[in-house]
Design a protein around this ligand. Structure first.
Ligand SMILES: NC(=O)c1ccc[n+]([C@@H]2O[C@H](COP(=O)([O-])OP(=O)(O)OC[C@H]3O[C@@H](n4cnc5c(N)ncnc54)[C@H](OP(=O)(O)O)[C@@H]3O)[C@@H](O)[C@H]2O)c1
Length: 422
């Protein structure tokens, strides 16, 4: 479950959605278009379920309402499968399955392909089951389930994909994710990267320099509780922008089309002129709490209670991240933002929340160390910003991550008795 989502609702819904660089008029016009589409589409009943408190507070800001999603049984869109966009989701775990649900509401499930790995067997026989506080319980979604991108390409009969949406974790792999998705990427395909971290888009730019590339920052607390079954909280929000921010108009319009597509499936999407500001904002929390909690095997509040030094260490690390963000051109990531984020954790009661790296560490899974911490450190070095604490937690988290890889490969870390440092 993603840690940064646990914030007081008022801040989440009103304080963090629109930043100065967001084109409010564009967002609003898209919201209106989507809401009109919902209201006029013959395939969708009028909004009949009263909005809950949390949903009321999102009215006018979000593309869509979850009440619409909750009130309707899942069924294929009536749009012709040939006419509607074709979408490939790569890495269909917690986030990918929720977006598969949203896309299957926007277009025919025939047009939504999901590349699965450990959950392939269950997903291909039963589809995905989504238990969501926002969209509803026990929702079954049945996109086209495939094991590989090649299989998706061959099953789609040569028709190109309009969108390839990457929702695998940003963990280095061989072959790389760009290499793996390449068979589905034609000259007109938009690639949307929905991953935490910073500079995670670079490998896609290198491989597909001319394709529209959308960088997406997601707020969506979700966990795959068993293969194919996803538990989702009550927040779903995607911040979208081209990568790089200055992109051809054709790429910018893809960002808008993608947001519109999500909105028509009941999702919430905001288009930004420069979405990197959102990335840094999320990174401030992710690059600090994630490695700290994984290394200490503690939830955030547990860590703060563990010694009189603990809270100040978190603050100093956050300040280092803020300095890097500022050097990278994002002064909005300020000291007051650091104190605001720290205040959110301080306001929580024991034991606090579990960042995804802690969950991965406890399960002995690889963590997004390079995407979240290593890339921040690399940018700090490029900009000449001193980040000694960040460097230390990176080295430690990287070693922990490497130990998971070694353990999986059958290497023991315990060693013989005589090897011990005394
Ligand atoms: N979950 C949240 O609450 C949350 C919230 C905000 C942001 N995020 C971010 O969203 C991204 C996705 O997170 P997640 O929680 O959805 O991760 P996840 O549950 O681990 O899902 C990732 C999926 O990708 C699959 N995958 C990875 N490499 C693959 C490959 N080569 N071929 C086929 N499938 C592959 C994994 O399969 P296996 O099961 O076989 O490994 C897994 O099913 C991450 O960057 C995360 O930090 C997550």
């Amino acid at each position: 479950m993603n840690f940064s989502l646990y914030r007081p609702r008022r801040q989440l819904l009103t304080g963090q959605v629109c930043r100065p660089k967001v084109q409010r008029s564009r967002i609003l016009s898209q919201q209106i278009k989507c809401q009109q589409r919902f209201r006029t589409s013959p395939s969708r009943p009028a909004l009949s379920v009263p909005l809950r408190k949390s949903q009321k507070s999102m009215k006018g800001r979000a593309f869509s309402t979850a009440a619409i999603a909750r009130s309707e049984p899942l069924r294929p869109s009536t749009t012709s499968a040939d006419m509607s966009p074709r979408i490939l989701i790569f890495g269909t775990g917690s986030i990918g399955a929720v977006y598969a649900y949203i896309f299957c509401r926007a277009v025919s499930p025939e047009n939504v392909f999901t590349v699965c790995r450990s959950n392939y067997e269950v997903a291909s026989s039963q589809g995905f089951t989504i238990n969501s506080s926002l969209f509803g319980q026990n929702l079954n979604v049945r996109p086209q389930i495939v094991r590989t991108v090649d299989e998706a390409v061959s099953r789609s009969g040569g028709k190109p994909f309009d969108y390839v949406v990457v929702t695998a974790k940003a963990i280095p792999s061989t072959p790389s994710i760009p290499d793996q998705i390449a068979p589905a990427v034609s000259s007109n395909t938009t690639i949307a990267v929905i991953q935490n971290g910073i500079a995670v888009e670079d490998i896609y730019v290198s491989k597909f320099p001319n394709n529209p590339l959308l960088s997406c920052v997601v707020y969506l607390p979700a966990t795959q509780t068993s293969p194919g079954t996803i538990s989702h909280g009550e927040v779903e929000r995607l911040h979208i922008g081209t990568y790089p921010a200055k992109a051809p108009e054709a790429h910018t319009s893809r960002a808008e089309s993608f947001a519109s597509l999500l909105g028509s499936g009941g999702g919430t999407a905001h288009v930004h002129e420069d979405v990197q500001s959102e990335r840094w904002s999320k990174l401030l929390v992710n690059a600090s709490w994630n490695p700290i909690c994984a290394l200490s095997r503690s939830r955030d509040v547990q860590f703060m209670h563990s010694s009189s030094e603990a809270t100040d260490v978190v603050r100093q690390i956050m300040l280092e991240i803020a300095s890097v963000a500022q050097a990278a051109g994002y002064p909005v990531i300020s000291e007051s933002k650091v104190d605001h984020q720290l205040g959110r954790a301080k306001a929580r009661s024991l034991p606090g929340v579990q960042p995804s790296m802690l969950a991965d560490a406890l399960a002995g899974r690889n963590m997004e160390v390079d995407a979240i911490v290593g890339n921040t450190l690399r940018i700090a070095e490029e900009k000449g910003v001193k980040t000694p604490l960040l460097k230390a937690i990176y080295a430690l988290a990287k070693a922990l991550d490497t130990s998971f890889t070694k353990a999986r490969d059958g290497h023991s870390v315990s060693g013989a008795r005589g090897d011990r440092l005394r």
